[in-house]
Design a protein around this ligand. Structure first.
Ligand code: COA
Length: 377
């Protein structure tokens, strides 16, 4: 007996799952606002810390509020000897996304307010995670290379401190600004897969660290955050601009995905790409290596002409991070260091007006039957 199939939106395409006041994605104008502010204006005029404050509080901070926010973040950067010990025990070939996912889960067990899901505790825990995630990412990265961890420096801003933790030094201001811009652009993006995952976990009444751990697991996938790493692997495989078109033809022949292109919501261009491309170009100038951006230009032009598919944020972010000196497996963890802000804003919003997220499935398996005795199976 076959039932008629209900209207299934595979991949939840086009489904509006809830209301949200955190950000607005507007595919009709290729634009994105955080709490009403255009993301490109925030990227040019604000620091990542100001944007984090905005996402969590709904308004930009004044000078005193920003100073207090920065001081609290800077004061919470240290991680425990126990977590350092766990990080030392990670397999050296572990992917840094698995390392940060495990570190965040561990931080949840150590957190003094771990099980407290009331909003004030969630906000304090979010601040601690924002501060500690870069320390854990960098410690794991350095441990995998046999290097000792670098202590966070509370005198440095968030972006500067990230470089200090990874490399033991802070680069010139243009590089720090380009990195800060990338953090702002990566901070928030509506009900994307990892944010929806974090909201789903929150909807069960589970705590912030659980929601963020799950969000990190979702972000790792190459169809989501993992694409920024895949883009750089792709550019490295192509090797030089003159080979880009032939390489792309080969992909078209096999109907293969070209990483860093396409988007579930934006079909005519990703609002964040022009700003990130501008800063990636600046990095190419600073480093004196135009190869990657030249190759990117060729690929983007051909993808648009042949497939009418535009690049997404991961496309310029990949080469930008490479030009800043980061190893490829750090690219998606950097996305985590930023997106913790958007995830936490959504966790707070979900918990404030919660209903368990529990969709239905349409059953297509075997019809109901008797359990046969074991001798007859
Ligand atoms: N390379 C080649 N073709 C692509 C493509 C890409 N990156 N992205 C989409 N397409 C094609 C699809 O194959 C499909 O073609 P078809 O109609 O002939 O089957 C068409 O464009 C529509 O794409 P669809 O699969 O419906 O898009 P989606 O909304 O389900 O998927 C992504 C969106 C982001 C998962 C998808 O574009 C993708 O995998 N991109 C590469 C990974 C990436 O960069 N992810 C980061 C996202 S921010």
């Amino acid at each position: 007996m076959s039932e008629t199939q209900p209207d299934i939106r595979k991949g939840l395409v086009g489904v509006v799952a809830d209301v949200s006041a955190v950000s607005k994605v507007m595919p009709e104008t290729n634009s994105l606002t955080y709490r009403g502010y255009a993301v490109q204006d925030l990227a040019e005029q604000c620091s990542f810390e100001e944007v984090a404050y905005l996402l969590w509080n709904g308004e930009l901070p004044d000078a005193a509020q920003l100073a207090a926010f920065r001081a609290e973040e800077a004061a919470n950067r240290g991680i425990s000897p126990a977590l350092h010990g766990v990080i030392q025990a990670f397999p050296h070939d572990a992917h840094p996304m698995d390392a940060i996912r495990t570190a965040v889960s561990f931080l949840g067990m150590e957190d003094p307010e771990s099980a407290d899901t009331a909003e004030p505790a969630t906000r304090r825990k979010a601040m601690r995670l924002l501060a500690k995630i870069p320390t854990a990412i960098a410690a794991a990265h350095r441990a995998a290379k046999g290097l000792a961890p670098v202590e966070p420096d509370p005198k440095l801003g968030f972006a500067e401190n990230f470089f200090h933790l990874v490399f033991g030094r802070v680069p010139q201001p243009e590089v720090v600004k380009a990195f800060d811009v990338s953090l702002i652009l990566y901070a928030e993006h509506g009900f994307n897969a990892s944010t929806f995952t974090a909201r789903t976990v929150t909807s069960t009444g589970a705590d912030l660290h659980g929601a963020i751990t799950a969000g990190i697991a979702a972000l790792k996938g190459p169809l989501h955050g993992g694409a920024n790493e895949a883009v750089m692997h792709m550019l490295a495989e192509i090797g030089e601009p003159s080979k880009a078109l032939d390489w792309l033809e080969g992909k078209f022949d096999h109907k293969a995905l070209v990483m860093g292109f396409g988007h579930r919501v934006y079909k005519n261009g990703d609002s964040r790409v022009p700003t990130m491309t501008k800063y990636a170009e600046k990095m190419a100038e600073v480093v004196g290596d135009r190869r990657w951006m030249e190759m990117s230009r060729v690929l983007a032009g051909a993808m648009l002409e042949r497939k009418n598919i535009h690049p997404n944020l991961d496309f310029p972010a990949g080469p930008a991070y490479h030009l800043m000196g980061f190893d490829i497996p750090l690219f998606t963890p950097i996305f985590v260091a930023s997106r913790i802000t958007g995830w936490a804003a959504h966790v707070i919003e979900q918990a404030a007006d919660n209903r368990l997220i529990r969709p239905l499935s349409h059953y297509t398996g075997a019809a109901q039957r008797e359990v046969p005795p074991i001798a007859q199976r």
